[in-house]
Design a protein around this ligand. Sequence first.
Ligand SMILES: Nc1ncnc2c1ncn2[C@@H]1O[C@H](COP(=O)(O)OP(=O)(O)OP(=O)(O)O)[C@@H](O)[C@H]1O
Ligand SMILES: [Mg+2]
Length: 462
Amino acid sequence: MDEKMSIMIVDDERIVCESLFHWFRKDGHVVETASSGQEALDKLEAYPFELLFVDIKMPGMDGIELLEKVKREYPDTFVVIITAYGTIESAVKAMKLGASDYLLKPFKPEQLSLVMQRISQQKKLASEYHYLKGRLDTITRFDNIIGQSAEMEKIFAIIPEVAQSDAAVLITGETGTGKELVAKAIHAKSNRANHPFIAINCGAMPDSLLESELFGHQKGAFTGAVHARKGFLEMVSGGTLFLDEIGEISPKMQIDLLRVLEEKKICRIGSSQPLDVDFRLISATRQNLEKKISEGTFREDFFYRINVIQIHVPPLRKRVDDIPLLATHFLKKYSHETTRHVDYIKDEALMLLKQYDWPGNVRELENAIERAVVLSKSRTLGVEDFSFLKTEPIGSGRGQSLQEMEKAHVQAVLEKCGWNVTKAAKILEINRVTLHKKIKRFKLAKKSKASVKPTSLDDSFC
Ligand SMILES: Nc1ncnc2c1ncn2[C@@H]1O[C@H](COP(=O)(O)OP(=O)(O)OP(=O)(O)O)[C@@H](O)[C@H]1O
Ligand SMILES: [Mg+2]
């Protein structure tokens, strides 16, 4: 086999580890050994080994338990089981749990070469599968809008329906909730998809600039108009115009746009020649436009024109079911982009991400994952990787930092398990050494029953 892999041999028999180590090393593979299941997990957390040779019979964690853990936390890692006590049953069990192959001790170099050939083929197929699956996901999802919450499912259902019509759409929602993504998805599903999608942030420009950007101008229409220029309303021709922050536009611009929407005609600045325009309008706002109408800063007639169909994108804290999916999606994106090989977020960390308030919504979550990936020192992200999220989390942890929430969580699990460290470590999905370090770092101590404060944990943990 030509391709070099990163391999770890896990066996309590030193002779097995050493002979395999030299055998693979002379072929140019990256090789490491571990004499117990726990050592293997620790090394795997620090480096993304692609292939593990695992002995079944080891003191402490046996090979089958290790296989189960590896497949759960690092599903893309290949595991080959080696055993001297091989029965058909244990081999079948191992294969059912996701082992790629097995070897019976003692084995010959030819058998090992054959196994390596099969692994190489599986690796090739797996990468093709991931590639195809990735492509399929991008094709079937609406422009990469990730979500599985009931709220997002409603939006997924309405997008194709709205796309069928040409009615004006108003998308409301807080900053970073994905309003622009929804607008793009409507455009992509509509029969205007082969025409331009032009997005303009109305809040970012003064009135005069916005006017010339939208309507264009004739040569000499104003100082600096050296050439005639088409505006976006002309350029969008047949496509979709997305006006972001529509609540920011001036009353004069509201009247001008109202006329365009009614007459489907424009005049460039400095010209009286009407030109036909053809576009679908999608607008977005974070503001409460009804309130602006009652305050007299937004025109009611214009509001009815732009608000034929309204889609509300709820804030992330109201659709916490989407958080693990989005976090994992961004983790893949940034570990790929930064080649940091971070490929797993611990349940404990996900739980805390679900409790956080996310005032900046999906955009803030994306930035948090990117930052955690860049700064992470291991292959998995834990609570400590998100300690920079300091603003108020919602729910039971209101007013606490993530560190404090983690401390309370670890303490609660320990108390529930009667300070049985092995049991608590298992529930927290960390190893015992890490748990001991956390106990030391947080200065945790056994509390008397009466002083244990209730936390957000439910009783199903122990
Ligand atoms: N459901 C989602 N799935 C994947 N990425 C998302 C999702 N929602 C938002 N994002 C990402 O979050 C960022 C912000 O999204 P977007 O610009 O659509 O939000 P917005 O509501 O228009 O924000 P603003 O009000 O600040 O303009 C983008 O990088 C976008 O790709
Ligand atoms: Mg936007």
